[in-house]
Design a protein around this ligand. Structure first.
Ligand SMILES: [Zn+2]
Ligand SMILES: [Zn+2]
Length: 361
């Protein structure tokens, strides 16, 4: 019994010594908060994808701790050329202006760079370049191509707005945020793929990208905000993933869009979503839809027929304004009380009491 007691006391003493971190001579309590990037604390070297890792150390005596921190930039092997022999990362363009602001490192402007084919650095002043700051390249008419490194997570608002000669831009998978108007008015941009981590296409992000023919949207997308693709007059095909909420005028004036497949679960077709889509001929409104906002299909002059399922409780004013070729087939026997008195302001032909496969007019 006595031996057990002594063992316990010894164990407790050892535990206390460990917990308080007392040194052998008991002079001070270690404070492992110092971040000194010295070789003696190094855990691993930098490479193409990782920065160097070091152990933190005691601020008072320099004793090595167990927590780690990252320091310095990435390290590529250019082997005398312009691209890394290991990861094909291209040497960054000279002259671009980078800043570190509130702990965030990013590109601020084109600076003195004269390149038309821009390569953004993945490191600046020992820190990863994570942002393309707002307006960084806005209105840069000389730029034709931009390569963004995979250190970048955020493309801020208006970052590439009005880069009217930019034909291509590959957005790396590391990007999770694209700010509003980031690519608006990029009239030469032909294709875009949105990385899988982006959950929101913000307002007017691609508005007025008149050469954009294709866009690939990720499955995890939650929202396509107002006017996100408005005026994309070459966009002929878009595949909206399931469960995406599409906000007002998102595809307005997409005058090359011929068909639209609504995502599963759509309950609301927002105001003006497809207004001015002059080539639109094929629209199937799913039976999950309860509301169709005003202006939703206004000026869709090629639309010849559309079926309104009896799930639709509300249609806003002028939803089919100026759809001159349109016959509207309503499953409802008469106009539901929730529909605007001006839902059919242009007096398109309406067939009430429509049932699948037969015209009961
Ligand atoms: Zn110490
Ligand atoms: Zn590399």
């Amino acid at each position: 019994m006595k031996r057990v007691f002594i063992t316990l006391v010894t164990a407790c003493a050892l535990m206390c010594a460990l917990i308080t971190g007392l040194t052998a001579c008991g002079l001070h309590e270690h404070d492992f908060t110092a971040e000194k990037a010295l070789d003696k604390y190094k855990v691993s070297d930098a490479d193409c994808l990782h920065r160097a890792v070091y152990y933190k150390s005691c601020a008072e005596c320099g004793e090595k701790g167990t927590e780690t921190f990252e320091s310095g930039g990435y390290k590529h092997d250019f082997g005398g050329g312009v691209t890394c022999v290991k990861c094909s990362y291209h040497k960054p363009s000279d002259g671009l202006e980078y800043v570190r602001n509130l702990g965030i490192t990013g590109v601020k402007s084109k600076g003195a760079c004269t390149d038309t084919d821009i390569y953004i650095a993945d490191t600046y002043d020992g820190q990863p370049v994570t942002d393309i700051f707002e307006y960084a390249f806005s209105g840069c008419s000389s730029i034709t191509d931009v390569t963004i490194p995979n250190s970048v997570t955020s493309i801020d608002r208006y970052a590439f707005n009005g880069c009217d000669l930019m034909t291509s831009i590959a957005i790396p998978e590391s990007v999770t945020w694209i700010g509003w108007n980031a690519f608006s008015g990029c009239t030469s941009l032909t294709e875009i793929t949105i990385p899988s981590g982006v959950w929101n296409i913000r307002e007017q992000t691609f508005s007025g990208c008149t050469s954009l023919t294709g866009v690939t949207l990720p499955d995890g997308l939650a929202t396509i905000e107002a006017r996100a693709f408005s005026g994309c007059s070459s966009l002929s095909d878009v595949n909206i993933p399931d469960d995406v909420t599409v906000l007002q005028y998102a595809f307005a004036d997409c005058s090359a869009l011929t068909s639209i497949k609504f995502p599963n679960g759509t309950t609301y077709i927002a105001e003006g979503t497809f207004s001015g889509c002059a080539a639109l001929t094929d629209v199937t409104i799913p039976k999950s839809v309860r509301k169709i906002g005003s202006d939703a299909f206004a000026h869709c002059v090629s639309l010849s027929d559309v079926i309104i399922p009896d799930s639709v409780e509300y249609i806003g004013s002028e939803a089919f304004l100026d759809c001159d070729a349109l016959t509207i087939y309503c499953e409802a026997k008469e106009q539901p009380s929730g529909w605007s008195s001006r839902w059919n302001a242009s007096h398109c032909r309406v067939v009430w009491g429509y049932t699948d496969g037969e015209d009961s007019d």
